[in-house]
Ligand binder design. Structure first.
Ligand SMILES: *Cc1c(COP(=O)(O)O)cnc(C)c1O
Length: 387
């Protein structure tokens, strides 16, 4: 059986060039990047090259990149680090209701420690209104954290406008760009962000490595480290650096930067082929989230009346995600789709199609035919059962 991978918003396969770049750093160039001897310096050189490659993807400086263990750690380091360093008796954070759990759970942990948090709601198309962010600000607001692209919907938030609001009010601005990094152009200055999280395994790099951009132009960002130790990464993230993975992250960022223009056109074309085919051939389906402000590689479709786990089980050769949290094996409506105020039958029946570097047109056409046939069959079975 041929298997098809359509879950590139969850993770991506390692690019072969990335694997090749990493290998020497696991064998010959194994040194500790902090050591001053030849072995250490070889490792350090590989790591510093990667720092430059990551910075270039963001239009940042190499000195503004801190390596972490991934997107989750970067989000934690940014949010906890800013709130911890902030002065004042009462502290307030503004974020959104549709963030990744790496942000949501972190701010909820802060709430339990007495920090107040406002969760700005998204509109029905999955977009945050900058005016709602502005309206949520208080004198004691220390941080705004708004994701760039949503992991379930692929919708892209208007960061430039939010960045301007943050700058005017002199409030730190963090974005979780784990889904958008490598997919669409990122420019930390245009977006007006002080901190940005990204993760290698979402852009054909290795798992367990990521980066946090920390602005170093103008006044310094006041950030308390969440991991203390030997003072690596300018004291912001201690621990011996994972050079092979960092090298992989750098190489993956470089490939993305070089291929982005062409690859995003290709993926958007394939995505639209899937979308248009579904809309023509199936009735009563719902495309979730704005199509205009959206990553090129993502499509979220709800099939009211069809249970996503049943649909996925009937197409077990295609790796998809329902985009909804699974608590104790029971599918729950997606909190993201619920936050958009979508009806329950839409919020509880999404499938997320995450296209990637290795997706082909043949795979799209195969998936389209399988889906149409399977949805029709399941709907027919439902009708018979109900009769
Ligand atoms: C995957 C993801 C994360 C977590 O990144 P890890 O590297 O897996 O820890 C955070 N935010 C978003 C939006 C993601 O999609």
């Amino acid at each position: 059986m041929n298997r098809i991978y359509f879950d590139n918003n969850a993770t991506t396969p390692l690019a072969p060039e990335v694997f090749d770049a990493m290998c020497p750093y696991m064998v010959e160039d194994f040194g500790n990047a902090s050591s001053i001897h030849w072995y250490g310096q070889r490792a350090k050189a590989g790591m510093e090259k990667a720092r430059g490659q990551v910075a270039k993807l963001l239009n940042a400086r190499a000195t503004e990149i801190v390596f972490t263990s991934g997107g989750t750690e970067s989000d934690n380091a940014a949010i906890l680090g800013i709130v911890e360093a902030a002065r004042g008796e009462s502290k307030h954070v503004v974020t959104t209701a549709i963030e990744h759990p790496a942000v949501l759970s972190t701010v909820k942990a802060l709430e339990r420690r007495g920090v107040s948090v406002t969760f700005v709601r998204a509109g029905a198309s999955g977009l945050i209104d900058p005016a709602d962010v502005a309206a949520a600000l208080r004198p004691e607001t220390v941080l705004i954290s708004v994701m760039h692209a949503n992991n379930e919907l692929g919708t892209i938030q208007p960061l430039e406008e939010i960045g301007r609001i943050a700058q005017e009010r002199d409030i730190y601005f963090h974005t979780d760009a784990v889904q958008s990094a490598g997919k669409i152009p990122l420019d930390v200055h245009k977006m007006g962000v002080d901190l940005l999280s990204l993760s290698a395994h979402k852009l054909n790099g290795p798992k367990g490595v990521g980066a946090l951009y920390v602005r170093r132009r103008g006044s310094n960002v006041d950030l308390e480290p969440i991991i203390d130790g030997g003072g690596h990464e300018g004291g912001l993230r201690s621990g011996t650096l994972n050079v092979p993975r960092i090298v992989g992250l750098g190489k993956a960022c470089e490939i993305c930067r070089q291929e982005m223009a062409e690859e995003s056109r290709r993926l958007a074309g394939l995505r639209d082929r899937l979308k248009d085919g579904l809309l023509v051939r199936l009735e009563g389906i719902h495309i979730n989230g704005s199509l205009e402000h959206r990553l090129p590689n993502n499509l979220s479709v709800s099939f009211p009346g069809v249970d996503p786990p049943t649909l996925m089980a009937a197409m077990s050769d295609i790796a998809l995600s329902s985009g909804s949290a699974c608590t104790s094996g029971k599918p729950e409506p997606s909190y993201v789709l619920q936050a958009l105020g979508l009806p329950a039958e839409v919020a509880s029946t999404p499938l997320r199609f995450g296209l990637g570097r290795f997706t082909t047109q043949e795979e799209i056409d195969y998936c389209l035919n399988r889906l149409v046939e399977t949805v029709k069959r399941l709907r027919e079975m439902g009708r018979i059962a109900a009769a």
